[in-house]
Design a protein around this ligand. Structure first.
Ligand SMILES: *Cc1c(COP(=O)(O)O)cnc(C)c1O
Length: 456
């Protein structure tokens, strides 16, 4: 009953294919956001006893997906836009269709080899040494948890009420969350001041670490952010890496947003020193344009990641675990997981690496254009030069005007921006990152912002 016949299979896959094609083709004209109706009863229906109709259910899904911020479209400039590469969508469908078990290598070694090759390729991009490795996760949050757990085991030998972690107020909260899950209190997460450019202040970090040591604490984990969430700011990675080495701390680089820019020359220059990292998180579902659900953890020494996570059970005794391929179930919190490797493998092999580099370079150029144009607008305050592709700005007339500005901008439903707080002030951010956002979209966005600024 659950396995459709050949004809039905064709009908369903054709319907899904047509849906996807219509969706992608419609993105150019789709509104940047679509408010949901007050009454969501239709979407709260419980599963029936009797079978439904595929076309009707697909239509329900289509309507539900429509009531949303159009995160896949070219006008999405809020948070971190990714778009969602079609090649990766198809890769995911293929991976799910064959439904291979890749929690250990033995049950699908060639597929694991493909995933392994992708991870090794990323490690080389960051100049990590032989012995480096990693795991593809559902996102940077889970990758950060695995990194912090590994550092805790490696540097402290387990949970320790004296262990201390160093972040700034601009570090993503996933570090504090991971710390909580990994058994640390919020007092063990030390917030280092930032300089005027919002980068971790090196001297302040040094002083805080020394002070903590004097108090008998055990500093062990230093986080450098390669592209902060609010402003895309990159911490001084080289200096922080050197500090971590001097102090024997685990150096973690959060490159969830900015890490992928390592593929470009400008990115490599800005991320200088990232090779010193003991662990790096990346979010291909941000700056490699993949659909949501793909994060990446790279570690300098895969053996340490394994030491922190490996486990065994009698029910796995039939498997050969002695080989050169990683058993991904030993490298993170998950055992069973979807075969995530193909999501990266297919796009990278199909489009070629140069296509990704060109796309990221284009985003850097467009962000520079945004910064230039908005800085020239008298009705706006632009407090920072972007390191990567996030430009922040606000009204010089205070929070209320800035909030109204955002309403005006998003109210056009041509683009969608998000906001943050900076220097205690409500501040808007415009992030160019989707593979579907090009120069014409950015020029339209600039027109919209300028017009709104003059009216607010
Ligand atoms: C998005 C983000 C995260 C969290 O990643 P998820 O994939 O949402 O779990 C961590 N750090 C930075 C800098 C981010 O931008």
């Amino acid at each position: 009953m659950l396995e459709p016949d050949r004809e039905t299979r064709r009908e369903w896959t054709d319907a899904v294919g047509a849906f996807v094609e219509d969706f992608v083709a419609g993105l150019a004209k789709a509104p940047a956001s679509e408010p949901a109706p007050a009454d969501l009863t239709e979407f709260l229906a419980e599963p029936p006893e009797r079978p439904g109709t595929f076309d009707d259910l697909l239509a329900t899904f289509g309507r539900a997906a429509g009531y949303a911020v159009e995160t896949a479209g070219p006008g999405y400039l809020g948070y971190f836009p990714a778009g969602g590469l079609l090649s990766s969508v198809l890769a995911e469908t293929l991976a799910q269709a064959v439904n291979r078990f890749t929690g250990v290598a033995d049950t699908a070694p060639a597929l694991v080899a493909m995933e392994h090759a992708v991870i090794r390729w990323f490690c080389r991009r960051f100049d990590l040494p032989d012995g480096a490795g990693g795991v593809i996760t559902s996102g940077a949050s889970l990758a950060t948890l695995a990194a912090l757990t590994t550092a805790r085991e490696d540097r402290l030998g387990g949970p320790d009420p004296l262990g201390t972690i160093y972040v700034t107020e601009h570090t993503h909260y996933c570090v504090a969350k991971a710390a909580r899950i990994a058994g640390f209190t919020s007092a063990q997460v030390r917030v280092v001041p930032v300089d005027d450019d919002l980068r971790m202040d090196l001297a302040a970090a040094e002083a805080l670490i020394a002070d903590d040591r004097d108090r008998g604490l055990r500093p062990f984990f230093l986080v450098g952010t390669a592209g902060s969430t609010s402003t895309g700011t990159v911490d001084p990675l080289d200096a922080l890496g050197a500090l971590a080495a001097r102090e024997d701390l685990w150096f973690h680089v959060d490159g969830a947003y900015g890490g992928s820019f390592q593929l470009t020359d400008r990115g490599r220059a800005i991320l200088h020193g990232v090779h010193r990292a003991d662990s790096i998180t990346l979010d291909p579902h941000k700056s490699l344009f993949l659909p949501y659900g793909t994060g990446l953890l790279l570690v300098r020494d895969e053996a340490r990641l394994r030491a922190a996570h490996a486990a065994d059970g009698h029910y796995l005794q039939d498997l050969d675990r002695e080989h050169d391929l990683p058993d991904y179930g030993d490298l993170g919190p998950e055992l069973t997981r979807e075969y995530r490797g193909l999501r990266l493998w297919l796009p990278l092999h199909l489009h070629g690496v140069a296509a990704f580099r060109a796309e990221l370079d284009e985003k850097l150029d467009l962000a520079a254009l945004v910064h230039r144009e908005l800085s020239a607008e008298g009705n706006l305050e632009v407090p920072l030069v972007p390191d990567l592709t996030v430009t922040v700005f606000r009204s010089p007339f205070g929070d209320a005007t800035t909030e109204r500005l955002l309403e005006r901008i998003n109210g056009t439903r041509r683009i969608f921006l998000s906001s943050t707080r900076l220097d205690g002030k409500h501040t808007l951010r415009l992030c160019v990152l989707s593979h579907r956002t090009h120069r014409a979209h950015v020029e339209e966005a600039l027109d919209i912002v300028r017009r709104a600024a003059r009216e607010s």
